[in-house]
Design a protein around this ligand. Structure first.
Ligand SMILES: Cc1cc2nc3c(=O)[nH]c(=O)nc-3n(C[C@H](O)[C@H](O)[C@H](O)COP(=O)(O)OP(=O)(O)OC[C@H]3O[C@@H](n4cnc5c(N)ncnc54)[C@H](O)[C@@H]3O)c2cc1C
Length: 387
């Protein structure tokens, strides 16, 4: 088995394949350079202690949302817990697991082409010292980012910058994570919120996020973050220890999961990013487990990362947000206010029944959502400019 790209989805699949002892894995990860993203933070919710306890750097049993009016909603989604992984810790965990798995390895090389062959697939790569290699396997799972997004009716971007801050005095409650804080100035199009993950009474990851059509400049993110830290959170004196920034496409595009008989796409490139939230990590775990189980039974399949109903509802929400028919902050705070938290998080993970989804739908602005749902089938999917 060859996995191309050792980011969230490639590492997760390698981990689950190694755990299932189903096959040997070659994980091809780009050498340090422009293709390899900087260290990132991945958060997700799950029950129990989970598979990656050694790599989890923090977790929270309570979540909070702040409305534009300053009212707060604090929820306890138990038995689910919100967890944070740093990509470097996750990479170390999976690499050491592969090192213990006979026949498996991590190859630092750039994959140039991935293609089907008569009896499987091959990956042509270039190593950091300029050597070219051809790897062959029965199946290849490719997580390289797409050069351009497939056609869509709506494309919004979730774009953000975060600071790891250390305050001079204790300012955070490490028991509660602030998922969405709408007390920031709202943009003319889309929505904006603060996101605070406290790591200690004097340390936190604080982010400024927008769902809108275009990213900001670093200067504009920094100004928004400074305002949020100073005027909304009232952090007093603090230092910024490191920063991270990202853009996640939120789109109703259709992503191919198979590009040939033996070549599959995984991760964001294979449609694993939930369009309405940008969350990807939990879907990647579900999909990786299913791929590993199927391979153990001798079948190569990559199940859809999200169900049809979830994608249809997300398409409606994205368009309703993009057209300004619904008020984004009101929509999300309303959900947290009215829907039982464990059900809401399962809903965001696409793990709810039709009945539960109806009841959640009734807590949304029904008129604008229905109007949007009725017009969607008549709208063409258009090619998108690269984010
Ligand atoms: C800053 C940031 C924070 C995020 N936080 C969250 C979060 O908290 N929770 C969540 O659910 N989602 C989050 N996401 C969204 C999503 O989970 C991530 O984008 C995730 O990394 C996607 O996984 P992936 O495997 O598809 O892509 P990546 O993790 O980007 O992995 C792709 C890998 O392919 C490698 N690669 C690229 N080209 C080549 C090549 N030619 N040859 C070999 N290797 C190659 C890259 O080096 C990279 O390691 C975040 C995204 C960003 C950008």
């Amino acid at each position: 088995m060859i996995i191309v790209g050792g980011g969230a989805s490639g590492l997760s699949l390698a981990h689950h394949l190694a755990a299932a002892c189903s096959s040997t894995v070659t994980l091809v990860e780009a050498p340090d350079g422009p293709r390899r993203p900087p260290e990132r933070t991945w958060c997700y919710w799950e029950r129990g202690t989970g598979d990656f306890a050694e790599a989890v750097s923090a977790s929270w049993s309570r979540l909070r949302v702040h409305g534009t009016d300053g009212r707060t909603i604090t929820v306890d989604p138990s038995p689910l817990r919100y967890r944070m992984l740093r990509s470097t810790a996750f990479e170390q965990l999976v690499h050491s697991r592969l090192a213990r798995s006979p026949g498996s390895r991590v190859l630092r090389a750039t994959a140039d082409t991935v293609q089907d062959t008569a009896d499987g697939a091959e990956v042509r790569c270039t190593t950091s010292d300029g050597r070219t290699l051809t790897l062959r396997a029965r199946h290849v799972f490719d997580s390289r980012p797409l050069r351009s997004l497939p056609p869509a009716r709506t494309l919004l971007l979730q774009h953000f910058r975060g600071w790891y801050v250390r305050t001079d005095t204790d300012r955070f409650d490490p028991a509660v994570a602030d998922l969405m804080d709408f007390r920031v100035p709202q943009p003319r199009h889309g929505l904006a919120f603060g996101y605070t993950l406290p790591l200690a009474p004097d340390r936190a990851l604080v982010e400024y996020t927008e769902f809108s059509r275009a990213p900001l400049t670093t200067t504009a993110y920094e100004a928004a973050l400074a305002h949020y830290c100073r005027d909304v959170l009232g952090l007093g004196a603090f230092t910024v220890e490191s920063a991270e920034q990202g853009v996640i496409p939120m789109t109703d595009a259709r992503f191919a999961r198979r590009t040939g008989p033996a070549v599959f796409r995984i991760g964001t490139a294979g449609g694993a990013t939930r369009p309405s939230t940008g969350y990807t990590f939990a879907a990647v775990q579900r999909q990786s487990r299913a791929v590993a189980a199927a391979l153990r039974d001798g079948r190569a399949i990559v199940p859809a990362p999200h169900g049809r109903r979830a994608l249809a509802m997300d398409a409606v929400l994205l368009r309703a947000l993009d057209t300004g028919r619904i008020d984004g902050p009101g929509f999300f705070t309303g959900l947290f206010r009215r829907v039982p938290p464990e059900r809401l998080l399962r809903f965001l993970d696409g793990d709810t029944s039709l009945g539960e989804e109806w009841s959640i739908g009734l807590h949304t602005p029904v008129g604008p959502m229905l109007r949007t749902a009725v017009e969607l089938p008549f709208l063409p999917r258009r090619s998108q400019p690269d984010p």
